[in-house]
Design a binder for this molecule. Structure first.
Ligand SMILES: C[S@@+](CC[C@H](N)C(=O)[O-])C[C@H]1O[C@@H](n2cnc3c(N)ncnc32)[C@H](O)[C@@H]1O
Length: 232
């Protein structure tokens, strides 16, 4: 029998689990008994928890770096760049009474994402290009939280387009910027400042989080929507 202790965080269904002296980030499994990508499952009392590796998930890294983002179980989330569902499945655990609209444009990744979504009724896979949010306008409701992790140029522009259509006023944007995907020749700080400046007037930037040592050359921007995000 493993010796475990659970410590609450400011996100619903997210805990630090102390397992035989070492601390691990976990989410309470919405679908007990089912793994999504081979992650370890740990049973504590009547509940089951999924280990959440910050080296595989930038959102896990953001939480472990001490971000103050809070995500409640009734929230709805628009997730851009859901890939095969690694992080999106943990978001589905968190918003157990809400919904995750998971947009991904790679058919190969979508195959795994659909498989992950079958037992998870709150995870809605959408095969679309996040550059063209009008193409999924009829499938997505107004959301509390916009999470964007797509290695593309024009990241701020994509976030603004989606926020204009789907993010509620005062809703939270988490934008992952990989500076090298935007411009490999320019200095990282310059690239990130340039993207952050594009949010000005539409968002109040609350946190800038360097994802080292979990993800090198990545920055997370946490911002709150303060007004309409005019299409650009
Ligand atoms: C870094 S991976 C995302 C990893 C994922 N967020 C996770 O933590 O499990 C970036 C993903 O964004 C997708 N992507 C890139 N550009 C996109 C676009 N314009 N629309 C939708 N998906 C896009 C890629 O196919 C890729 O799967």
């Amino acid at each position: 029998m493993e010796n475990v202790e659970l410590i609450e965080t400011c996100l619903d269904n997210v805990f630090i689990l102390e397992l035989d002296g070492s601390k691990k980030l976990v989410t309470k499994n919405l679908v007990p008994g089912i793994q999504v990508y081979g992650e370890k499952l740990v049973k504590v009392g009547n509940d089951e928890y999924r280990l959440w590796d910050p080296n595989r998930s930038k959102l896990a890294a953001i939480i472990l770096k001490g971000s103050s983002i809070s995500l409640k179980k009734s929230c709805s989330v628009l997730y851009l760049g859901a890939a095969n569902g690694t992080t999106a499945s943990h978001v589905s655990d968190i918003v157990s009474l809400g919904a995750v609209f998971a947009v991904e444009f790679s058919p190969r990744a979508m195959h795994d994402l659909i498989r992950a979504s079958i037992p998870r009724l709150n995870l809605i896979p959408i095969l679309s290009d996040a550059m063209h949010p009008n193409s999924y306008r009829n499938m997505v409701s107004q959301v509390d939280f916009l999470y964007q992790d797509i290695a593309q140029r024009e990241q701020a522009r994509i976030a603004l387009r989606n926020a204009e259509l789907f993010l509620k006023k005062n809703g939270i944007l988490v934008l992952i910027i990989k500076s090298r995907s935007i411009d490999s020749a320019r200095k990282s700080k310059e690239v990130i400042d340039n993207e952050v400046n594009k949010l000005e007037g539409f968002f109040k930037v609350m946190e800038l989080i360097d994802l080292e040592p979990y993800h090198s050359d990545h920055m997370a921007v946490v911002a709150q929507k303060i007004g309409p995000c005019s299409p650009v």
